[in-house]
Write a protein that binds this ligand. Sequence first.
Ligand SMILES: *Cc1c(COP(=O)(O)O)cnc(C)c1O
Length: 376
Amino acid sequence: MKKIEMVDLKGQYEHIKEQVNQSILETIESTMFINGPGVKSFQNQLESYLGSKHVIPCANGTDALQIALMSLGLKPGDEIITADFTFASTVEVISLLKLTPVLVDVDPQTFNIDIPSIEKAIGPKTKAIIPVHLFGQAADMEEILALAKKNNLYVIEDNAQSLGAYYTFSDGSKKKTGTLGHIGTTSFFPSKNLGAYGDGGAIFTNDDDLAHIIRGMVNHGMYTRYQHDVVGVNSRLDSLQAAILNIKLKKLDFYNDSRKVAAQKYNNRLIDCQKLITPHRKGDPDSHVYHQYTLKIINGKRDSLVKHLNEKGIPCGIYYPIPLHLQKAYTNELYKPEDFKVTLEIVNQVVSLPMHTELDDDQINFITDTIKSYLV
Ligand SMILES: *Cc1c(COP(=O)(O)O)cnc(C)c1O
């Protein structure tokens, strides 16, 4: 059996090696290392893939969130609601901009931001909601958009983990995640569903005015050369990363399908185990692209299971071990444990199994057999 990796980037590269190498070489030969033609063609390709009017590439997914927030003209102290159970980027950029993060609990089944908790957290200073489509699954966008509309709030979707997923509205219409709110952001960190060979990110919007503001902001606040109208940042997608992403974006649907197939195989083999809960997909098959395949271990043995799996040569991850509201940088005396019941429970239950585009049946069988024989 092939060695099991949490993410098998080497195995994936083997299949696209010639195209990727060619694309990298052409970029080097062109010496257009910054804003080369590959960046523009990647932008266009991603716009049509998403069905989004504007894509603005940038340096990474954290910058994408920061720039999205900067573009809204908010004032220090304005409140931004986001999930307690996610990667720290979201709350980090809110705090950096001297805005006030308001963390709320998540749904115990999907791990996505909990709608009643958002509703409770909305106050006179609330200006935006940042839902994260966590682990590849679309958050409850219809409800979020309705709350935002009613309260006149912006919605920024953190789509770093779910590029290619769809949200289906109750009337049956579908849109790609990241294109439903005012602004969507994503990351091309190598382990993401669309991963570069270094850092990268993008911002998407259908709003012409926001797109214009954002395009200047990623480039030092310049709308005309050497005229700085607003305070901006330097955040670009590298031409070499764009050269790689141009190849890989064409394969993203295939990659996401491979993840869905692997998830289904895991489900089939683990569903009868009483000591764990397999991932809950709330919507149709398009609503989840399995950035992570995350189990809940409900017999209190999560940590010893992780140790056992590692001893058997099976890597796994705990995303995320500590709720953001308990992180030293982000605590707030207003937070009460009863407001984070779900997060406080799931941080001790979750474990993410190897998930990537190269998993084979032998590996899945070995992983699931090892889990089941340990948990009986
Ligand atoms: C990866 C990730 C980010 C940050 O992306 P970087 O490119 O690493 O800065 C932000 N939010 C979520 C949910 C992520 O998974």
